[in-house]
Design a protein around this ligand. Structure first.
Ligand code: DGL
Length: 276
């Protein structure tokens, strides 16, 4: 039985690095492989079929690289591909392996934040139209009267991917979507940034949200949920390799990934380009 397995972390681009950063801070001893599909980002505007195909290819690549546990650190991939990958692909490839997403742990955390049950969800168009957050909320809080308002922010990911998050253009699009969600429900007391890219826009977001609103970023939630998962699954935890190394792979330019990645991780990043 293999016992030298890194943890795979996948995102459509750089956004998942916001999750990786918190995971490696909370669980520094393990080895990690990060894969960003920068050549095909954004996923948020793509159809089910395409998001599923791209995500499956990424998971297969991470499995080939020796990962037995893969985190889809991308809400869009978690919304549109996770279930099929868990139910169809993992059993076919190797039933011992595991693929986890980011939506369930985020929804689980909601109860600890909202006081009045008014929740805002900022996400890609793909995540919003999949209704995955709404379904998960219904499942986890049956019978509770929660008011959930979703807002698709299609410009936010391209702004981050193109390093424009601090520009006046970004301020315009951030204000537009934040005002829309609060116009729809002025009572929102908890706002989830349900896309891994959005923490990079946090400074701009904070300028436009009403005082007293809790803003949830996913990194720490996913890190804690992974920690709890590994405690509950010692058989999986036992297989993980532990030399504290992080390897980075991208489907686009290494130079661009290293520059952006080093900023996201606040540490030097050296990536390798691969094809999926
Ligand atoms: N970072 C991804 C998410 O969390 C989506 C980015 C994209 O549109 O590719 O939803």
């Amino acid at each position: 039985m293999e016992t030298d397995c890194p943890i795979g972390v996948f995102d459509s681009g750089y956004g998942g690095l916001t999750i990786l950063k918190d995971i490696t801070r909370e669980l520094p001893g393990y080895d990690y492989i990060y894969l960003g599909d920068n050549a095909r980002t954004p996923y948020g505007t793509r159809s089910y079929d395409v998001v599923y195909k791209y995500t499956r290819q990424a998971v297969e690549k991470l499995f080939e690289m020796g990962c037995h546990l893969v985190i889809l650190a991308c809400n869009t991939a978690s919304a549109k591909a996770l279930r099929t990958i868990q139910q169809v692909d993992v059993p076919r490839i190797d039933p011992e392996r595991r693929v986890l997403g980011v939506i369930r742990p985020s929804v689980e955390a909601l109860a600890g934040f909202t006081r009045n049950g008014h929740i805002g969800i900022m996400a890609t168009r793909g995540t919003v139209t999949s209704r995955s957050y709404l379904l998960e909320i219904e499942k986890l809080y049956p019978g509770k009267t929660l008011r959930v308002t979703q807002e698709a922010c299609p410009m936010w990911v391209p702004l981050v991917e193109n390093d424009e998050q601090d520009s006046p253009g970004a301020a315009f699009f951030v204000q537009q979507h934040v005002s829309r969600v609060f116009n729809e429900d002025p009572g929102i007391d908890t706002l989830i940034l349900a896309c891994t890219h959005y923490p990079l826009l946090r400074v701009q977001i904070d300028r436009y949200i009403p005082e007293g609103v809790a803003v949830i970023e996913q990194g720490m939630l996913i890190a804690r949920s992974l920690q709890a998962y590994l405690r509950r699954h010692p058989g999986i935890e036992w297989r993980l390799s532990r030399s504290g190394q992080i390897s980075y792979y991208t489907t686009e330019s290494e130079e661009m990934f290293d520059r952006m990645g080093s900023r996201f991780m606040q540490a030097p990043v050296r990536s390798v380009r691969i094809e999926l």
